[in-house]
Design a protein around this ligand. Structure first.
Ligand SMILES: NC(=O)C1=CN([C@@H]2O[C@H](COP(=O)(O)OP(=O)(O)OC[C@H]3O[C@@H](n4cnc5c(N)ncnc54)[C@H](OP(=O)(O)O)[C@@H]3O)[C@@H](O)[C@H]2O)C=CC1
Ligand SMILES: O=C1O[C@H](COP(=O)(O)O)[C@@H](O)[C@H](O)[C@H]1O
Length: 515
């Protein structure tokens, strides 16, 4: 990890899935932001791949529309835009046809010649996961991986659908790319505040001595969304929230919060520490899953004042679908640091609020000398806000002005994205892949252990009775059943309203801690 400056590496990127949804919403916008911030080498080319036919001008117009609609940075200078877009070419290739790879090879060689790029090739798979293995093999057979520079494979999620399929996929792509050349994307690792977790932990002497089971009562990780399944039912019906969010993003956040300090800030040292967390993560037997996990599915309700349908009424969803759109779990890391500390996670679609955040709840004082108006004392909380608000809140207790012992919570708040937008996750991840830094990509052993944790949960639910799938109203915080995970630990979910939110709402200017 270092300060970002113009990339040292010229490259040709082959973007499989150039006409797809991910490219449209994220990838072109991220490349344009990198270009605008002068973070790309001036010698670069992107070859979009799809089956549809696209003339160069039409492809360029399409990219412009994507950037206009989804870009963090909009086009301000037409001359500059033209300089950017001339780096983009399109190749009509059916990835299932080995002969088409010769078209692609010619396109790559022609761009290398045009821009004077000596062979660095980045293959980005923004295509359906079923195609990952085949494309990797065809790249090798088609001679595209024989290059005088480096070759790298950036691979989207999901990486397999369980441990065995992930292992088979990994073995297949390792025929062509070594582990060091494989960049498995988890876009949460590209988020500014996820990357900040390490800094907050390891650059502040305040936290590290407290970061263990002597002082922390529980940890809560929430990734809630207000959107529903949208147009992705074909994928989501098979994935569900467990595979879609828990196996990857939720466990990645857990690793970042719970890892030991790395011996150095390099990619292997950091990933070594992350993977140790998964090794210590308690795995549940199929029969005990219900004691630790709750799943739910959204029913119709209201989001932002608008009525929305239930999951089973969504386009392409089976009317009796048992796919979970919500998961909550109680996890334990059985090592010296974390023994006995429950880690509560929850994620779901069509929930009350779009919010990704981590709350660290500290243990109570050994004896209360001060009390709040309710006769209690609020615990200290550290809230790491990841999305859409980025920042940090530390909730302490202090006396109200003018009183002697009337104690109430106060908030020390830091906002990371007030007044300036943070780079999108894909900007950072592109840049890192181009520069050969895989710190914030997932290593195979992480992926394997994450599946080994998730597989028994999936198996339990695949054979469970329908009444273990709890319905929740769209616009709520998920099924009430979840409380049984927390209650035995004297815990409940914290939703800490920031002082800033309260000011925006022109509400009481005292900070409130809401449950
Ligand atoms: N969309 C999202 O928000 C997210 C997506 N992802 C992952 O990104 C990947 C892509 O997803 P998404 O963009 O939504 O998928 P889409 O279905 O929208 O796009 C698929 C793309 O693959 C191309 N394609 C399909 N078959 C072939 C073929 N035989 N030969 C050449 N190209 C082909 C399509 O091109 P054409 O139709 O022109 O053939 C299209 O460009 C998936 O792995 C997904 O899980 C991950 C996180 C979020
Ligand atoms: O990977 C995925 O993440 C998104 C949520 O990402 P965020 O950056 O908006 O928090 C989720 O909607 C999608 O289902 C999942 O595949």
């Amino acid at each position: 990890m270092s300060t970002r400056q113009q990339a040292l590496n010229p490259f040709v990127m082959v973007m499989f899935g150039a006409t797809g949804d991910l490219a449209k919403r994220k990838l072109y916008a991220a490349l344009y932001s990198l270009y605008r911030n002068k973070l790309l080498h001036e010698k670069f080319a992107v070859i979009g791949v799809g089956r549809s036919s696209k003339e160069p001008d039409a492809f360029h117009t399409y990219i412009r529309e994507c950037v206009d609609q989804f870009g963090r940075l909009k086009v301000e200078d037409e001359h500059d835009w033209r300089k950017f877009i001339e780096h983009f070419a399109y190749a009509r290739v059916d990835v299932s046809k080995p002969e088409d790879y010769q078209i692609l090879r010619q396109a790559v060689e022609s761009q290398e010649k045009k821009w004077g790029i000596a062979g660095n090739r980045l293959f980005y798979m923004a295509i359906a996961p079923e195609l990952f293995g085949m494309v990797s093999t065809n790249l090798k057979n088609g001679g595209l991986t024989q290059t005088s520079g480096w070759k790298r494979l950036v691979i989207e999620k999901p990486f397999g659908k369980d441990y065995l399929s992930a292992k088979a996929l990994n073995e297949e792509i390792e025929q062509t790319f070594s582990e060091e050349e494989i960049y498995r994307i988890d876009h949460y690792l590209g988020k500014e505040m996820v990357q900040n977790i390490e800094v907050i932990r390891f650059a502040n002497s305040l936290f590290e001595p407290l970061w263990n089971n002597n002082f922390i009562k529980n940890i809560q990780i929430t990734a809630s969304e207000t959107v529903g399944v949208e147009e992705r039912a074909a994928y989501y019906e098979h994935a569900g929230a467990l595979r879609d969010m828990v196996q990857n993003h939720m466990l990645q956040m857990l690793m970042m919060v719970c890892m030991e300090p790395p011996s150095a800030l390099n990619m292997e040292a950091i990933r070594d520490e992350k993977v140790k967390v998964l090794r210590s993560l308690r795995r549940y037997q199929v029969e005990e899953v219900d004691n630790y996990f709750v799943r739910g599915q959204y029913a119709e309700g209201t989001i932002n004042g608008q009525p929305v349908p239930g999951y089973r009424q969504e386009h392409n969803v089976a009317p009796e679908s048992a796919t979970e759109t919500f998961v909550a779990g109680k996890l334990f890391i059985d090592n010296f640091r974390w023994a006995g500390v429950p880690i509560f996670i929850r994620t779901g679609k069509r929930m009350a609020k779009k919010m990704t955040e981590i709350v660290i709840e500290f243990k109570e004082m050994p004896k209360y000398l001060y009390f709040n108006r309710e006769g209690n004392l609020n615990p200290n909380l550290l809230v790491i806000r990841i999305n859409p608000d980025e920042g940090l809140s530390l909730i302490l207790n202090a006396k109200r002005p003018g009183t002697e012992d009337d104690v109430s919570p106060i908030e020390l708040e830091f906002c990371n994205n007030c007044g300036k937008e943070s780079p999108e996750a894909y900007e950072r991840l592109f840049y890192d892949a181009i520069e050969g830094d895989s710190t914030f990509f997932t290593r195979w052993d992480e992926v394997a252990l994450a599946w080994k944790f998730v597989d028994p949960i999936r198996q339990a639910w695949d054979k469970a009775a329908a009444d273990t799938l709890f319905s929740y109203q769209a616009g709520s915080w998920g099924p009430l059943e979840v409380e049984r995970l927390l209650a035995p630990h004297g815990a409940h979910w914290w939703q800490v309203q920031t002082g800033r939110e309260q000011l925006n709402a022109a509400a009481d200017k005292q900070v409130k801690v809401l449950t």
